[in-house]
Ligand binder design. Structure first.
Ligand code: MLT
Length: 213
């Protein structure tokens, strides 16, 4: 288990008045992977980029799974809690509690971002999820998500993030009061250039509205 203060991560404060992007890489990635994406999504913004704490055959991930798309949901819940604890530590340690925090995740990173948003909306209230899906299969969500906004970017033929799961995810988020922007394109797993533009616009329009009071 990772202790918050020793969790491998990168931090860059960024320019005053900018958000802090929480960058969550995909399976087999590292904390460095999404830095180029962050520079395109919000130039000059701060970032916090931890490394996925779970190992799968040497690949970094955010939670365990039994097979592709079959998640160990108990572990998803536990790891989302650990990530939330890390964010609490980072907010104090780096003095960013009054900065908007926007989670940006790809694939497995999108799934942990979504789990954190579903389970810890006090910590993660804004999330951009590229090729993510519903990460808590079989669980009901009791949290009030009325202060939550999520942007979903998915492909219609993504075997790793089936569109049925994405549809269910959107419905569950909305049923708890979250604002959901769905962006669906042709194709499979990945981040398309048009999605980067869309996510950048979404981040710009959601940066001023966040408060962690
Ligand atoms: C997951 O395990 O989170 C998804 O299947 C995506 C991935 O393969 O990382």
């Amino acid at each position: 288990m990772s202790t918050a203060g020793t969790w491998p991560h990168l931090f860059e404060a960024g320019a005053a008045g900018t958000p802090v992007l929480l960058l969550l890489h995909g399976t087999g990635g590292t904390e460095h992977d999404l830095l180029p994406l962050a520079a395109r999504l919000a130039p000059g913004a701060g970032y916090l980029a931890p490394r996925g704490p779970v190992q799968e055959h040497g690949l970094n991930r955010w939670f365990r799974r039994f097979g592709e798309g079959v998640f160990d949901v108990d572990d998803v819940v536990r790891r989302a809690g650990e990530l939330a604890a890390f964010l609490g530590w980072a907010r104090d340690h780096y003095g960013i509690a009054d900065r908007p925090l926007i989670a940006v995740g790809f694939s497995n990173g999108a799934n942990i971002a979504l789990a954190a948003a579903l389970l810890h909306p006090d910590v993660v209230s804004r999330a951009v999820a590229f090729s993510g899906m519903y990460p808590l299969e079989g669980r009901t969500i009791g949290a009030d998500l009325s202060g939550t906004s999520v942007a979903l970017f998915n492909g219609t033929s993504d075997a790793m993030a089936p569109i049925e799961s994405v549809t269910r995810l959107g419905s569950i988020l909305e049923s708890r009061g979250a604002e959901v922007e769905r962006n669906v394109r042709e194709g499979g797993h990945g981040i398309h250039p048009s999605e980067v533009d869309g996510a950048a616009a979404w981040i710009a329009s959601h940066t001023q509205k966040v408060s962690h009071d």
